[in-house]
Design a protein around this ligand. Structure first.
Ligand SMILES: Nc1ncnc2c1ncn2[C@@H]1O[C@H](COP(=O)(O)OP(=O)(O)O)[C@@H](O)[C@H]1O
Ligand SMILES: [Mg+2]
Length: 362
């Protein structure tokens, strides 16, 4: 077991104009399950591959435990990686697939078999040890790939979107299994996904990347409740937080002439306001602070999401999403009064996107 440290790490691919990972400083505790999340192309795989030694670090240092591994060969780093395309050897049985790395490492047959059997028990694969990969379900294959990594007892697990090839139900089940397993084994894990739900449900802490730059590193609930900037605010949460630009009068953000919050330090007379769907409620006209003109409704059963537009200022309108009861929701084309719970309003600098705090509430 080991901690991991990225210290001011940058990766510029040969010929590239800008870094794929830009001055990343990130410290991961021994035994922690850290999730790296962000949109496609933000540098997640590059970060993981630098830790694995598969990509050259342009500048900065990477440590595993107290050892500087920046220039250490991949095979000498004591890590195990599980990829999205976990190619199993098709001609080998499950047991042989799982024991192969140990065989290469010169572990004797008896020890190998014992280790494989223990791991198979952990992963509920004992009954299929003699099968070939083609005779397994997608979920079982994924577990064999996990098993192959686990038998080696690495210091650090690296997982790059390991669930992308599974169907939705299996993905939910397997993400629970991976979280449980790594917790039981206590092995430091760096887990990459573009899926914010996976990040929120699995990570002890979550690192959000955009364009190679770390945006925020926090516990999942902190990311949700106090996003550092408008990007994190919009990326974390599903459906997304509604974000709209409003004018500022006497320091106060205004929605259709009403103050949304207490004074903020906003540059340029504008501020970006954000509100999550669960903080937008259908309301009686005298309790409403705006209206929602509905253009789409998603009924999930108990709840429904209502998507539409709201007036913000003068002729300006913005997209707004509300979470309402699945039994009682407005129809498409209707305009209904809604109340934004301004206690839960998020404010961001209109130019930089940086989080702002109102000094007093409205
Ligand atoms: N081998 C490579 N050579 C040049 N550019 C690359 C290479 N691999 C990735 N990139 C670029 O680096 C950026 C980050 O890629 P990547 O780390 O794969 O992102 P993610 O895993 O978050 O989708 C992208 O702009 C991608 O096009
Ligand atoms: Mg990737």
């Amino acid at each position: 077991m080991s901690s991991v440290l990225f210290d001011a790490v940058t990766c510029v691919y040969p010929g590239a104009e800008r870094p794929s990972v830009d001055d990343l400083t990130l410290s991961i505790d021994d035994g922690e399950f850290l999730v790296l999340v962000g949109p496609s192309g933000c540098g997640k795989s590059t970060t993981l591959r630098m830790l694995a030694g598969l990509e050259q670090v342009t500048s900065g240092t990477i440590r595993i435990g107290d050892r500087d591994v920046t220039d250490v060969e991949p095979k000498d780093r004591d890590i195990a990686m599980v990829f999205q395309n976990y190619a199993l050897y098709p001609h080998m049985s499950v047991a042989e697939n799982m024991g192969f790395a140990l065989k290469l490492a010169g572990v004797n047959r008896a020890d190998r078999e014992q280790k494989v059997r223990e791991t198979a028990r952990l992963l509920d694969l004992e009954a299929v040890l003699d099968r070939k990969p083609k005779a397994l379900s997608g979920g079982q294959r994924q577990r064999v790939a996990m098993g192959r990594a686990i038998v080696r007892e690495p210091k650090v697990f690296l997982m790059d979107e390991p669930l992308s090839n599974l169907d939705a139900r299996l993905r939910v089940q397997t993400r629970g299994e991976i979280a449980r397993l790594t917790r039981e084994l206590g092995i430091t894990t760096v887990y990459v996904t573009h899926d914010q739900t996976e990040a929120m449900t699995m990570g002890h802490r979550v690192a959000v990347l955009k364009d190679g730059v770390l945006q925020q590193l926090s516990a999942p609930t902190t990311l949700y409740d106090r996003p550092n900037n408008a990007f994190v605010a919009g990326f974390i949460g599903s459906p997304s937080m509604s974000l709209f630009t409003v004018p500022v009068a006497d320091g106060r953000p205004m929605l259709n002439g009403r103050a949304l919050s207490g004074p903020v330090e906003a540059a340029g007379g504008l501020v970006q306001a954000g509100i999550r769907p669960e903080d937008v409620h259908l309301a009686a006209p005298d309790e409403a602070n705006t209206e929602l003109t509905v253009d789409a409704v998603e009924v999930l059963g108990a709840e429904a999401f209502v998507y539409g537009r709201t007036h913000v200022h003068g002729a300006d309108s913005a997209r707004l999403t509300a979470r309402v009861s699945g039994r009682r929701h407005p129809g498409i084309g209707e305009t209904v009064p809604v109340r934004l719970n301004t206690e839960q309003l998020h404010l961001f600098d209109a130019a930089t996107g940086r989080r702002l705090e109102a000094t007093v509430s409205a």
